[in-house]
Design a binder for this molecule. Structure first.
Ligand SMILES: NC(=O)C1=CN([C@@H]2O[C@H](COP(=O)(O)OP(=O)(O)OC[C@H]3O[C@@H](n4cnc5c(N)ncnc54)[C@H](O)[C@@H]3O)[C@@H](O)[C@H]2O)C=CC1
Ligand SMILES: CC(=O)C(=O)O
Length: 500
């Protein structure tokens, strides 16, 4: 869908000749011929070639990658990631062989992970490979704002950071109408904070809204216009300031990942990454989004591990990590069993039934589990003074996943089972992955994030959050709750009980 729209727009804008490549025989040829036949009417000159062989893209200046599969009924997003990862492998190899000097714009979803994989597979310079999402997400934000204010879209700017997904970060402070920031417009009575919040959420859900309406596919006009703006800035060396999924190498505290940030696109590709100041709330939203992208990259690693040789997985993920406490380490998982019956009892209150246990974990890093009022609080390494658990009754799983870098565990992930309803039946059980920073005597740990197990790629998202653990200031930062608005993940409490 989107590939045909892109090819048509390139002609209308006379940006160059077009090769449409697809594995499906006849589709690129048919689309190309159809568009070429529109040229006399619209008055543009461009050559169109439809091809099923990568050789046809030889010497291309720009490659816009839309190859892949959109989600179909019965297919999970995980399936989509696995399938499209293989597609990126083929496309990356084709570009590497025939168009190694091209500027590559990836559109295929899940975007932030696919652009990263495409760069890995193609081996092209990181500033010559980027992903289209921010221009689209900002355009949606601008459209909704222009409607709210009843002004021209031309006078509205929108600023959206982060991954292309539910956790994207539309920044109201940096979005304006003719230079007037949105918070000022609230003060001026143009809108209300509640309405702005609703627009921010609608922007986050923008892709899903279109899928819900179309039912048979995803958006293509606005995504195509967005990718064309990026291609045009490159081809004409316009040096436009455009948000895109760009390779970060320390900027925004993120290393070796593709995340949506403002960039300058010119003849050199992504020539600059613009770093803006984020306040605490914005930084937290951005960190959460980065964790979600890291989770998707982790999921890619799992797929590569399952479907390809192990050393390929290592190569693929070799560079994905976050800058944690000034050190960049690739982490791996080590699993231990949590057997509550085998733990040593540290304290027991017969009246309330409360109990504190010390259980086996990794050498030198025990697990501390406390149960009170049918709710669990689990600490790692050393016990901390916080009570951290869900509002409803809950229990814990039997496997602790430790995230370990350079032999030292920095985070642990444990599945919780939560009573979400009143019947007490299995339908009332919710599951969440609770990610904790492993404590030391010097720096006690705490819960960093709570991920509703229903969240797409929940295990990967948890590992992404774990990668952030050492940047999490226990006692100051509050754990991120990742899940739907009505998720029990939001009932998680992290408090210091009175008297401590
Ligand atoms: N980043 C963004 O904002 C957006 C991303 N997308 C994503 O773009 C992708 C394409 O979307 P649509 O065009 O609507 O899907 P589509 O199904 O209409 O087109 C995808 C095309 O890819 C081809 N294809 C599949 N495997 C291939 C391979 N190995 N090599 C070459 N071609 C291959 C298919 O034959 C098909 O023609 C999807 O992953 C979608 O989620 C779409 C819109 C916006
Ligand atoms: C498909 C997609 O990613 C979007 O419309 O945002």
């Amino acid at each position: 869908m989107i590939g045909g729209t892109l090819a048509h727009m390139i002609g209308l804008k006379e940006l160059g000749d077009v090769v449409l490549f697809d594995i499906a025989d006849g589709i690129p040829q048919g689309k190309g011929l159809d568009i070429a036949e529109s040229a006399p009417v619209d008055g543009f000159d461009a050559k169109y070639v439809g091809a099923n062989s990568y050789e046809a893209i030889k010497g291309a200046d720009v490659c816009i990658v839309t190859a892949g599969v959109p989600r179909k009924p019965g297919m999970s997003r995980d399936d989509l990631l696995g399938i499209n990862l293989k597609v990126m492998e083929q496309v990356g190899a084709g570009i590497k062989k025939y168009a190694p000097d091209a500027f590559v714009i990836c559109i295929t979803n899940p975007l932030d992970a696919m652009v990263w994989a495409l760069q890995q597979f193609s081996g092209l310079p990181k500033n010559k490979v980027c992903g289209m999402a921010g221009v689209l997400d900002s355009a949606r934000f601008r459209h909704f704002l222009a409607e709210e204010f009843d002004v021209s879209v031309e006078d509205v700017t929108g600023f959206v950071l982060g991954g292309h997904g539910d956790t994207m970060v539309p920044l109201t402070r940096y979005s304006t109408v003719a230079g007037i920031p949105l918070p000022d417009l609230v003060k001026m009575g143009w809108t209300t904070k509640e309405k702005l919040d609703a627009i921010v959420q609608r922007t986050r859900d923008g892709g899903a809204e279109i899928v819900g309406l179309l039912k048979t596919g995803s958006a293509y006009y606005a995504p195509a216009s967005s990718a064309i703006a990026m291609a045009e800035s490159y081809l004409k060396d316009k040096k436009r300031v455009l948000p895109c999924a760009a390779h970060l190498n320390g900027q925004y505290g993120v290393k070796n990942m593709y995340v949506g940030v403002p960039t300058v696109i010119g003849a050199g590709g992504v020539e600059r990454i613009i770093e803006i100041d984020l306040n605490k709330t914005e930084q937290k939203m951005f960190d959460k989004s980065v964790a979600s992208v890291a989770g998707l990259c982790e999921a890619c690693e799992q797929h590569r591990g399952q479907n390809g040789p192990r050393h390929a997985a290592a190569l693929l993920l070799a560079g994905v990590w976050l800058l944690a406490a000034g050190h960049a380490h690739a982490a791996e998982s080590v699993y231990t069993t949590l057997d509550l019956d085998a733990c040593a009892v540290l304290d027991q209150d017969d009246e309330s039934g409360g109990i504190s246990l010390q259980c086996d974990g990794l050498p030198g890093h025990p697990v501390f589990a406390s149960e009170g009022d049918l709710r669990f609080d689990v600490d790692y390494g050393v016990p901390n003074d916080r009570w951290e658990s869900f509002g409803p009754f809950n229990s814990v799983g039997e496997t602790v996943e430790w995230r370990v870098a350079d032999g030292e565990p920095h985070a642990a992930i444990l599945r919780f089972f939560i009573d979400t309803g009143m019947t007490g039946g299995p339908e009332d059980k919710g599951q969440a992955l609770v990610v904790s920073r492993v404590g030391t005597e010097a720096v006690p740990g705490c819960v960093v994030a709570v991920i509703d197990a229903k969240v797409e790629q929940a295990n990967g998202v948890a590992r992404g959050a774990a990668a952030m653990a050492t940047r999490f200031a226990c006692g100051t930062d509050m754990p991120a709750a990742i899940g739907p608005e009505d998720s029990f993940a939001r009932s998680f409490n992290s408090i210091v009980p009175e008297g401590q």
